[in-house]
Design a protein around this ligand. Structure first.
Ligand code: HEM
Ligand code: HEM
Length: 240
């Protein structure tokens, strides 16, 4: 059977950097002292998400959003014939198309809510200017945690889908394709032009630099007080 080159190198690097950064953000999310590192991985995810959105418009064929099968009828057909699909999908199958798009959208809001919580509620990061020491709100933090839960559910569905495909459609080699780039399905292989290579290089490098730079400028804090905290204490003393 003919092999088709489906996932270009930038798409695969994007995928594995995304997994690495999400895992990094998750593993340090419980410790207040590691919030600087958590935000570093989170901002890295932010750069990757922006890259994937741009890639969805300027990227190679199967990575473009217009190649996603966003048709509920096709999802139904695909799911009801899961053991013997009447049609082969070279890019994302209809169910995967919905899950992938949802992951990208939810990730965007996970990062945004995290950055807003970090800025408006912790007085740190890119939205630090929103911080007001006299306000004790946790709305962005709660939103961030709810969105993170939704993200983890979608990742669970994604992994279940990959595993099901591995068991039922072994011959397509979809699981291997996110490492090698090739699927065992007949079709048109992708080839990147110079412009696509430059855009991918800039974004992927930027995502790694963002994580390294943010970690190095955010040494593990010895449970720092929030900005404005000392000023509030003095004001309270003055009141007494
Ligand atoms: C993919 C990206 C991200 C993931 C998966 C993620 C995951 C999480 C999780 C699981 C928690 C909950 C921890 C708990 O239950 O106590 C959390 C809390 C938090 N995250 Fe994120 N996060 C991400 C991005 C970000 C970003 C970009 C920022 C800031 C720039 C951020 C800032 C925060 C803050 C301030 C909290 C609250 C910490 C606390 O409880 O004091 N997160 N995040
Ligand atoms: C944090 C965990 C993960 C996230 C957020 C994630 C997210 C994604 C996204 C957004 C895509 C679409 C790629 C694109 O169109 O550019 C994708 C594809 C893919 N992922 Fe993951 N992934 C995760 C973990 C994994 C793991 C652990 C595996 C393998 C064991 C895996 C296997 C695949 C495969 C095989 C594809 C291609 C699916 C297809 O051809 O339709 N993913 N993933």
């Amino acid at each position: 059977m003919k092999k088709t080159y489906v996932w270009s190198l930038p798409t695969r690097i994007f995928h594995w950097l995304l997994v690495l950064f999400i895992l990094g953000a998750f593993l340090v999310s419980d410790e207040d002292e590691l919030l600087g590192i958590h935000s570093a991985f989170g901002y890295g995810v932010g750069v990757l998400v922006i890259f994937r959105i741009v890639w969805g418009f300027i990227g190679p064929k199967y990575s473009r959003f217009k190649d996603f099968n966003l048709n509920i009828q096709e999802v139904k057909e695909f799911m009801t014939n899961i053991f013997n699909p009447p049609k082969k999908y070279i890019g994302h199958n209809p169910a995967a198309s919905f899950v992938m798009l949802s992951i990208i959208i939810v990730l965007f809001f996970v990062v945004l809510s995290g950055a807003l919580a970090y800025g408006a509620e912790e007085g740190r990061g890119v939205f630090a200017f929103l911080y007001d020491a006299s306000k004790e709100s946790e709305i962005f933090e709660e939103l961030h945690e709810a969105l993170t839960t939704l993200l983890f559910i979608l990742i669970g569905i994604h992994l279940a889908g990959v595993f099901t495909d591995f068991l039922l459609h072994k011959e397509d080699q979809t699981l291997k394709s996110i490492i090698t780039g090739y699927k065992n399905i007949e079709g048109e292989s992708v080839k990147l032009n110079f412009f696509q290579k430059v855009v991918a290089f800039v974004f992927l490098t930027l995502s790694v630099i963002t994580v390294i730079y943010t970690i190095s400028s955010n040494p593990i804090s010895q449970h720092e007080e929030k900005p404005g905290y000392e000023k509030m204490l003095h004001e309270e003393e003055d009141d007494d």
